[in-house]
Each structure stands twice: as structure tokens, then as C-alpha cells.
Design a protein around this ligand. Structure first.
Ligand code: ADP
Ligand code: MG
Length: 301
């Protein structure tokens, strides 16, 4: 097969591993810098150009679109989809997953366990909003943050009010969430491919920190997940419409709750921690599923 990876940097661990795995299985694979592609969107035949040439003959595209280039990246991926190229994750599903609030609304509608979460616009509604999620301590999140930045733990209601007022004053979109204290600063990253969790790891926040993100100094270890956690992760990916997803789960007193669903999960942490060859499993998923003109969400939002 001929495969494209949309990635800004061929030296990134995940990109390198995917290239290695694809080549080892006899595929032709090219890393394409998302921001260097351009397209004529009105042309009769959809096409994508890259550094002076037209991209043709691709069977599949692997989107590795960073949060900062979501808008452009989704447009490029959509163009591939219109050309009939099989995307490992579809553009609509990726856009969905980048908005935490929209994701939680979709998951909640389908009965996936979530931390109690609220959303408001007016500072006048702050006291009610806080009591709605059960009072302090609580977590406040920027809707489009990543790597733990923009996630704040407020120990008291007074602190929560001040932070909420400040964010609202800055016109930032935020949500308020019940603090799952019993998770003890740990979460579980489940890597879902198709309808299976193919690898899972526990991430533990460093001392004095509640955010378990590896970028915030968290450490990863192996973990055995329960059948309920496995089912929750697979359902969450399915509801989001993602073939590949990093589903982050907290162990709460009311069962596993999904914190977020990541559409471009990093491979380094999970491969090093679990020893699994995730890159090859992703390429095999493409081999099994890639057929032309299969984008399910084509034409729908
Ligand atoms: P980001 O997209 O920035 O990673 P997350 O929503 O995943 O944002 O939050 C970052 C980290 O903060 C999580 O990995 C988790 O350890 C911690 N965290 C987030 N929300 C909660 C919560 N409601 N209760 C307890 N810990 C939380
Ligand atoms: Mg996270």
C-alpha cells in the first residue's frame, strides 16, 4: 500500500515508529508536513499539492495532527477523504475530540461514565455551577487545553470562584468538574485500536501534583485493567467515531470515568511501558480496513 502520514516532524518518535513499521511490512510510506500541503478546493477533481507536486495514488492516510494545527490539519485530512483515501481516524471525529465539552456531551448521551461536569457562561451563575458539581474541591479546565496545561485544582469554593471569574473575564471557555480525589493523582491510558484495548498504562502524577500527564512529570507503569474499564474505553472510542484513540480513565468511587479521548495518542510512553509494538498494530489495522471511499461521516458535519 501507499500510505501518507500527516505530521509536522519526521523525527518525532511516533512518526518514526509508524514509518519503520509500515516499511517493515512492505508498504511505501511518506511523511507529509501538514502545513506545507495546499489545495484547490473548488477544482472538479479534489487534489492536494505538496512542495510543487500533486499527491496521488495513496491508499491510506495516518493523521498525526497536533492540537495547534487542528483547523488546517482537519481541512487537509478532509481533502484526502474526498479523494477517497482511507483515514486511520476521520476528520470529523478528530475535530470532535479536540473540544472537551463536545466530547463529554457525546459520551454522556451514550451513557459512558464521566466525572460530574458543568459549563456556564455568566459569572452570575458561578455559585450555582459550583454546587451543581458538588462543591470544592473541584477541577477547572480550559476546553482546548492539552498536556495538563489549563487544568486547575481548586481546594476551596472561594478559590474556585476567583479562578472562574478570572477565566470568564478573559473570555476563555472553561468547564468545571468534580475532583476525583480517590484516583490519587493517577489515571489509566487505554490505547484502543478498532474494538480492542491493545495496551494500557497507569500514569502517576509526581509528588505534590494531581495531573498525571507525562509532560507534567508523571511516571508510567504497567497496569492490568478490569473488564469494565476495557469496555468503557472501547465504547468511548466508538462513540467518538475514532478507530484509534487514547482513552484516559480515572478510577472513581462510582466506577471508571472517562476524562478525555485523544485522537492522536503518542506511541512512545505506551510502547516503552508495555513493550507492545503499537505501531505495527496500527499498520495492520490499516491493512485490514483500508478501502477507497469509505469515510463514514462524509458530508455530515
Ligand atoms: P489535558 O488534555 O490537558 O491532558 P486532562 O483533562 O486530561 O487535560 O487533565 C489532565 C490531568 O489532570 C489528568 O491526566 C488527571 O491526572 C488530572 N485530572 C483531570 N481532571 C480530573 C478530575 N476531574 N479529577 C481528578 N484528576 C483530574
Ligand atoms: Mg489528558
Amino acid at each position: 500500500m501507499k500510505i501518507a502520514i500527516l505530521s509536522r516532524n519526521p523525527r518525532l518518535y511516533s512518526t518514526r515508529r509508524l514509518v519503520e513499521a509500515a516499511e517493515a511490512r512492505g508498504h511505501e510510506i511518506h511523511v507529509i508536513d501538514t502545513l506545507r500541503t495546499y489545495m484547490n478546493i473548488t477544482s472538479h477533481k479534489p487534489s492536494i499539492h505538496y512542495k510543487g507536486e500533486e499527491l496521488t495514488g495513496y491508499d491510506a492516510v495516518i493523521p498525526r495532527i497536533g492540537a495547534s494545527v487542528t483547523f488546517y490539519g482537519a481541512a487537509v485530512l478532509r481533502q484526502f477523504e474526498m479523494m477517497g483515501v482511507y483515514p486511520l481516524n476521520e476528520s470529523v471525529a478528530i475535530t470532535r475530540s479536540r473540544d472537551k465539552l463536545r466530547s463529554l456531551q457525546l459520551l454522556s448521551r451514550r451513557g459512558v461514565g464521566l466525572p460530574v461536569t458543568g459549563f456556564a457562561h455568566s459569572p452570575d451563575d458561578i455559585p450555582d455551577l459550583i454546587s451543581m458539581v458538588g462543591g470544592a474541591p473541584l477541577v477547572i479546565k480550559l476546553l482546548e487545553g492539552t498536556q495538563g496545561i489549563g487544568v486547575v485544582l481548586c481546594e476551596t469554593e472561594k478559590a474556585a470562584e476567583s479562578v472562574l471569574e478570572a477565566f470568564m473575564g478573559l473570555k476563555a471557555n472553561i468547564m468545571v468538574q468534580e475532583y476525583i480525589k480517590e484516583a490519587g493523582g493517577a489515571d489509566i491510558r487505554c490505547l484502543v485500536v478498532g474494538d480492542k484495548v491493545i495496551a494500557a498504562m497507569k500514569r502517576q502524577a509526581k509528588a505534590g501534583e494531581f495531573r498525571s500527564n507525562l509532560h507534567r512529570g508523571g511516571s508510567a507503569s504497567l497496569i492490568k485493567i478490569t473488564p469494565e474499564e476495557r469496555m468503557t474505553a472501547v465504547r468511548a472510542a466508538k462513540v467518538m467515531g475514532l478507530n484509534v484513540a487514547g482513552v484516559d480513565i480515572l478510577r472513581s468511587n462510582h466506577g471508571p470515568v472517562v476524562m478525555e479521548v485523544n485522537s492522536s495518542p503518542g506511541l512512545e510512553g505506551i510502547e516503552t511501558t508495555t513493550g507492545k509494538d503499537v505501531a505495527t498494530l496500527l499498520i495492520q489495522h490499516i491493512e485490514k480496513n483500508a478501502r477507497p471511499h469509505q469515510t463514514r461521516t462524509r458530508g455530515r458535519g
